[in-house]
Design a protein. Structure first.
Lengths: 443, 313
């Protein structure tokens, strides 16, 4: 019996940590205060991708200038989300600054978990790309400042399309994309027509799949927030996706997300890749060309919109120092600091956050993708429309979305690998989403 | 009586601490499993504080059992994965332990190499297997299948025989991240990691095997197989029981491998399901946690009954 209970602990270790944190709220807060009484020290939780990792180095200048010491906690995206969510939800107070995305920013702002951000005129709020700013705001107030932003676009190998005698245009039709993928597909010589995301996760395969569904005229939820995954638009879109990736994609696509496909692409194994615009700055193969995302008649929502942003948890004892740091790290000066840094340079500046970055001649000189990226971000449409009552392109900005997204993501991966028919996968997705939404009290 | 009082008094703090350490989390989990408790909800903000006012009886349990998608699938997978790993590690462990029990040149080296997988961290193990070995394009899996296809292609050019090979289909690499195969990927990588544990335990107890008994058996004309079945296996009953118990305890809580292989697609077990609920719905996560306790207890009772005898002897 004792053995069995011991086993139960390890099963629930994660759970227990959360509950302990809840109950130790007061103690933690007091502890945080005691530390901060001496010198200003900011603890910053960041996602461990390139631009953020670089920031740790660039910010050494900030510490030298202001005397504020910075304590970095770099975590993998999924772990970061989990840590930051439970810490912020229970008022744990571990972090002074947190990295969050567009899915979280508006709902956390609405819930009062994070502080509104108002910066001085030198910050030039109007320079921030309007789509990004809207996505990080709730009722007109910005709650998280964008560090970098991205949309999605087609990145294809011009040498391969030329050799195959096909062309890919901006905002092409999906039918033409499929034709181009088929023409380039040559697995015997290790080239696959289209590399697309298939790894289950609401920010992984569902980010791409949702843009496909949007372009077929579908949406996650209808007017009363009932899921609409059983509609004809979804069925058409998923059939197309499974057909395209199943026939003209690399084997094992159900395990591929951004990093996996980046590796394949740089090995020269992909004819085209439709993914985050930020990928363009990591591509090392020759002959890459860019095109705006394809659609099937509805261009609204055919390309996604995402930003990694920085926010201050409500009630942080160092809120003022934290806001001052965010103001610096998301400013025009920061872009200059990265561009002029001996270790980085203009190819590594964070993009997609400010219009002024794209106007810099030094940046234009090294970034061939700049125009395509800017166009994609500007055309992204996160706002609610007649088709959908929620904010967000490739997600819905509601607290329940991650749960819904994960459930559907696994069904889509099952459909892709042929374990289930598209119809069955969609039916299972619909009932799972319906259960989660009704459990959450929407209807 | 007084002889026992002092030791018991001295044990008390440790026992109390353990009891609190166990009962507080268990009590909180049970409490959360009977109330509405979510991290964030825009429609019903009152559900975000764990309070008795949000009492909902067995509602969370009903939700997990009847409405949520994967509960029974996760239970099945938990049992399937643990069972397969135990069977494979015990069988492989026995075979290898017996094999390296005799002396041969380089035995120490071989033993160290055999034990080493056990010192690899679970997450590293999973990343190594899924990306470097099992990946259908860039991993060993893909390379071997490509190589075989190349060889078959070459054979087709032979006169006469080539005709025969032209009927062979092109081989396709298996993706181990797919719904159909991801559970096997987890089983393979955990078996690789835990077989050394079984070898280690079996190897040490084989050294205490009664050699005179074995010599007597040989004199009586017993074959190597009947020696193994009638002498070695009974001798190893206790270590086998230990290996099964410890592995059952560890593998019911597998998480890292499942996350890395396919994020629960096709290989979701109860801990992973709890993790998914915990992204927002703490009530449902707690109810699933209680089910996990029940499952662990069923497995424990079952194991104690079946193999406990050899431990008690």
């Amino acid at each position: 019996m004792l053995v069995a209970l011991g086993q139960y602990w390890s099963v629930l270790r994660e759970e227990i940590m959360k509950t302990i944190r809840t109950s130790a709220l007061a103690a933690t807060a007091a502890f945080g205060l005691a530390i901060s009484a001496n010198a200003t020290e900011l603890t910053i939780a960041i996602v461990n991708n390139g631009h953020m990792i670089n920031m740790q180095k660039v910010a050494e200048a900030y510490t030298a200038e202001t005397g504020v010491s910075l304590n970095w906690v770099a975590l993998e995206e999924g772990v970061l989300r989990e840590q930051v969510t439970s810490d912020t939800a229970t008022g744990g107070g571990q972090y002074d600054i947190i990295n969050i995305g567009m899915q979280e920013a508006p709902i956390w702002g609405a819930a009062g978990w994070i502080e509104p951000l108002n910066f001085g005129s030198s910050y030039d709020m109007d320079d921030i790309l309007p789509a990004i700013r809207a996505g990080l705001s709730h009722e007109g107030t910005m709650y998280a400042a964008p560090f970098y932003g991205e949309s999605s676009m087609v990145m294809y190998r011009k040498d391969l399309t030329d050799a195959a005698g096909v062309t890919i245009r901006d905002s092409d039709s999906w039918a033409n994309i499929k034709g181009a993928a088929a023409a380039m597909h040559d697995p015997d010589s290790g080239v696959y027509g289209a590399c697309l995301r298939g790894k289950p996760g609401w920010g992984d395969n569902m980010a791409f799949i949702t843009t496909v569904v949007n372009s077929f005229g579908g949406a996650w939820f209808g007017a009363d927030m009932r899921p609409t995954i059983d509609t004809a638009a979804w069925e058409e879109a998923i059939n197309f996706y499974v057909d395209l990736l199943g026939n003209y994609g690399p084997p094992g696509s159900e395990g591929n997300s951004f990093n996996e496909i980046l590796a394949l692409y740089n090995e020269g194994k992909c004819g085209m890749w439709i993914d985050a615009t930020i990928a363009a700055s990591f591509l090392t193969v020759d002959g890459v060309a860019y095109a705006q995302s394809p659609n099937a008649g509805n261009p609204v929502g055919a390309n996604w919109l995402w930003a990694w942003a920085m926010a201050v948890p409500a009630g942080s004892p160092n809120a003022d120092a934290a806001k001052a740091f965010i103001e610096w790290a998301t400013s025009k000066d920061y872009v200059q600091a990265v561009g002029n840094h001996p270790d980085f340079g203009w190819g590594s500046v964070p993009t997609g956050q400010r219009a002024s970055t794209y106007a810099l001649p030094e940046f234009q000189a090294v970034a061939g993708f700049a125009a395509a990226e800017m166009a994609a971000i500007e055309s992204a449409a996160p706002a609610a429309t007649d088709l959908k009552p929620y904010v967000g392109v490739q997600f819905a900005a509601i607290p329940e979305f991650p749960e819904v997204g994960i459930a559907v993501a696994q069904e889509m991966a099952a459909a892709l690998s042929g374990a289930k028919s598209v119809k069955d996968a969609l039916a299972a997705s619909q009932s799972a989403a319906d259960a989660i939404m009704s459990e959450a009290g929407y209807y | 009586m007084s002889q026992r009082t002092l030791p018991r008094l001295m044990q008390t703090p440790a026992v109390l601490l353990l009891l609190v350490w166990m009962l507080v989390p268990l009590g909180m989990t049970i409490f959360f499993s009977f109330i509405r408790y979510v991290l964030n909800n825009l429609r019903k903000p009152e559900w975000t504080t764990p309070s008795i006012d949000n009492w909902r009886g067995f509602g969370n349990y009903e939700y997990v059992l009847y409405k949520s998608k994967d509960f029974w699938f996760a239970v099945q997978n938990s049992v399937f994965i643990v069972g397969s790993i135990i069977v494979l590690t015990v069988a492989l462990g026995l075979a290898i332990a017996v094999l390296i029990n005799r002396s041969f040149p380089g035995r120490g080296m071989v033993r160290v190499l055999l034990i080493s997988p056990f010192f690899v961290m679970p997450a590293v193990n999973a990343v190594l297997w899924i990306n470097m070995l099992l990946d259908p394009v860039l991993g060993l899996n893909g390379l071997i299948v490509n190589g075989l296809n190349g060889v078959i292609d070459g054979l087709r050019d032979f006169p006469l025989l080539g005709n025969f090979f032209s009927f062979w289909p092109e081989l396709q690499p298996i993706s181990f991240r797919a719904t159909q195969t991801s559970a096997y990927a987890v089983i393979v990588m955990v078996t690789w990691q835990w077989t050394p544990f079984a070898i280690l335990i079996f190897m040490t107890s084989l050294q205490s095997e009664d050699q005179q008994q074995k010599e007597a058996a040989i004199l009586d004309g017993a074959s190597a197989w009947s020696q193994f079945v009638n002498l070695t296996i009974p001798h190893l009953a206790r270590p086998i029981a230990i290996v099964i118990m410890i592995q059952a305890i560890f593998h019911l809580s597998l998480y890292a491998e499942i996350e890395i292989v396919s994020r629960g697609n096709g290989n979701k077990n109860l801990p992973y399901l709890i993790g998914e609920f915990a992204s927002n719905n703490i009530g449902a996560a707690s109810a699933t946690g209680i089910f996990a306790v029940i499952l662990a207890n069923i497995v424990a009772i079952f194991l104690l009954r079946i193999i406990g005898k050899s431990l008690m002897d």
